[in-house]
Write a protein that binds this ligand. Structure first.
Ligand code: HEM
Length: 153
């Protein structure tokens, strides 16, 4: 049995991120999204992801970016549904478990799962505040309800 340690700082994050994207690029569900669709420049993406996870875990990575916007841009170009996010998470969790164990290892997996949910729901169904049902007046509600009764010809 191999000894695994926890994620203690930058060094472990770099190992985790490098190994994770090694798997991602070879994955048949996700690989082409990075290589063919987004044509990711790894020299910028990897350091950005080190900073991202360092910020999430230790609040000192200095990450600045726009994760929702960056993923939203992929939606018209490829499938970014639950299947893709589940696969992403599966690979992420598998990589964490392969390399580390401990409190931070558990925590980073929980953060990834939470963020996958947020990104997935935001990019696939960004609700338009103007159409939030809770903001409709009774008159608008009645009007929109009537629309639903119109039968296609
Ligand atoms: C279906 C799953 C996912 C796919 C295919 C995907 C793909 C990508 C791609 C192609 C980029 C580069 C975009 C660009 O630079 O234009 C990117 C950036 C990024 N991804 Fe994902 N991603 C996925 C899930 C996630 C999840 C679950 C997280 C967080 C836990 C995440 C965190 C990030 C961050 C932080 C960036 C950098 C954003 C920025 O530059 O501001 N991704 N992703």
């Amino acid at each position: 049995m191999t000894d695994t340690t926890d994620i203690l700082g930058r060094e472990e994050i770099v190992r985790l991120v490098d190994r994770f994207y090694e798997k991602v690029v070879q994955d048949k569900t996700l690989g082409f999204i990075f290589t063919d669709i987004a044509k990711v420049d790894w020299e910028t993406h990897l350091p950005k992801m080190y900073a991202f996870w360092q910020t999430v875990l230790f609040r000192d990575g200095g990450f600045r970016g726009d994760p929702i916007g960056k993923h939203a841009r992929l939606v018209p170009l490829t499938r970014m549904g639950r299947e893709q996010f589940d696969r992403w998470l599966e690979l992420f969790e598998e990589t964490v478990d392969e390399l580390f164990s401990g409190e931070n290892a558990t925590h980073i997996k929980a953060c990834a799962a939470d963020m996958a949910n947020v990104i997935h729901s935001k990019i696939n169904a960004i609700p338009d505040a103007r159409f939030d049902p809770s903001k409709l007046t009774p008159e608008q509600r009645a009007k929109y309800a009537a629309y639903r009764e119109v039968k296609p010809q």
